[in-house]
Design a protein around this ligand. Structure first.
Ligand code: FES
Length: 171
């Protein structure tokens, strides 16, 4: 296997830095705040939670999809992750919403609205406000489904052979 020598490694680092720099510049020109850009570039809460208590999905009218994983402990949101197949607006809004609700009671999190997430982001282009709404709707949906006991039955991978497909995953 070909491994990178020090010159190639240096070039790769420069390329990566330039790529991120170009992306940052482009997003800033479009109207994203530095804080929103940081959320988008760093994606601190992107991914999944193996032991999630709730997994829910939200499909936007634009076709973008958000999957949200909630870990709940004694009525409080212990952890959250999002998987986002979507635009920088949706990604940054999803990441920002986690900072607003992590460690908070479910009721508090259910009352978070688009304005709260916008304030947390500081600024995004006006035409991206619906992306914030999508992230907030996904969060609300996950909390509602958690409260209604929908859990993660339809989203987890079945570990054994069920007599009726999906039955064992409901346990
Ligand atoms: Fe679909 Fe941003 S364009 S969420």
């Amino acid at each position: 296997m070909h491994s990178l020598n020090s010159v190639e490694k240096g070039q790769t680092e420069v390329l990566t830095e330039n790529d991120t720099g170009d992306e940052r510049k482009m997003l800033a020109e479009l109207g994203y705040s530095q804080k929103a850009i940081k959320y988008y570039i760093e994606k601190p809460y992107m991914g999944s939670l193996q032991d999630a208590d709730q997994v829910s999905e939200m499909l936007g009218t634009c076709g973008d999809t958000l999957k949200i994983f909630l870990k709940v402990d004694q009525g409080k949101i212990k952890d959250v992750r999002y998987q986002v197949l979507g635009c920088p607006g949706a990604i940054s809004a999803a990441m920002a919403s986690v900072d607003l609700v992590k460690g908070k009671h479910l009721e508090y999190a259910r009352n978070i609205d688009d304005g709260d997430v916008f304030t947390q982001l500081e600024d995004v282009p006006a035409k991206k406000h619906h992306c914030i709404q999508l992230a907030v709707k996904a969060l609300h949906k996950a909390i509602d489904e958690y409260k209604n006991g929908n859990g993660r039955s339809e989203n987890i991978k079945c570990q054994s052979i069920c007599s009726t497909p999906g039955e064992c995953c409901k346990n």
